[in-house]
Ligand binder design. Structure first.
Ligand code: CA
Length: 230
């Protein structure tokens, strides 16, 4: 039996397409076309992951997200309309694991689902052993706070190091500016992301990373960053 995905989507055509595609990938699927049905299915089936359209007929998808988060760490990927950056950021800050923008490709969606499911496993494991990370030639030793790239040590300031660790711990996930700031500084300074941008630019320079073709840190326009190393 594969992992079960709860698809919350009021558009019949999109929901059918999602059901067929996800089943082809080996997932089990349960479907809701309203927030009310979504919540009762979530309680009844305890799905592995929730795919959540934010524009629902009977309630705001954000309410469904809030309920799922209040119950635990079940991954939630939100589906938003193009140009709604505010909505993406709000959903990520409210605990969504990731987002896709309509129209999205199934390959993109499957990749996001795999990352979200992998993180669920990793989040449980990391509590026991979070001493070191090794990603695509980048090694981070959390005990000595040292970083090596392709075998060579690189020197980071404490803030740069903090940003890098937060990103690596959330590899593959879209992270909002606010999330990163909160994790590194323990608070988020209103909407002033200038300091973060400056530090990320410096971090990229030290990692030899090009924003246009990122090996590690990709910019998520209007949202924040995504650590892409594999
Ligand atoms: Ca909708």
């Amino acid at each position: 039996m594969g992992e079960e995905i709860l698809v919350v989507e009021d558009d019949d055509n999109i929901r059918r397409l999602l059901r067929i595609s996800l089943k082809t990938e080996g997932y089990r699927v349960c479907e809701a076309k309203s927030g009310t049905v979504a919540l009762s299915l979530f309680e009844a089936n305890n799905p592995t992951l929730v795919l959540l359209d934010l524009g629902l007929p009977d309630c705001d998808g954000m309410d469904v997200l809030a309920h799922v988060r209040s119950e635990g760490l079940t991954p939630v990927i939100v589906v938003t309309a193009r140009t709604q950056d505010d909505q993406k950021v709000a959903a990520l800050d409210a605990g969504a694991d990731d987002y896709v923008v309509k129209p999205f490709s199934m390959d993109e969606l499957f990749a996001r689902i795999r990352v979200a499911l992998r993180h669920r496993v990793r989040a449980q494991r990391d509590e026991a052993e979070m001493a070191a990370y090794c990603v695509d030639g980048l090694e981070i030793d959390c005990e000595t706070r040292t970083v090596r790239l392709d075998g060579k040590p690189i020197h980071l300031t404490p803030y740069e190091y903090g940003i890098l660790v937060v990103m690596v711990q959330n590899q593959g996930k879209a992270l909002t500016h606010r999330f990163i700031q909160h994790a590194v500084w323990s608070y988020a300074t209103s909407d002033d992301y200038k300091t973060l941008r400056v530090l990320v630019a410096s971090l990229r320079r030290k990692l030899g990373d090009k924003p246009a073709q990122p090996r590690f840190i990709a910019t998520e326009v209007g949202v924040g960053y995504r650590f892409v190393g594999e």
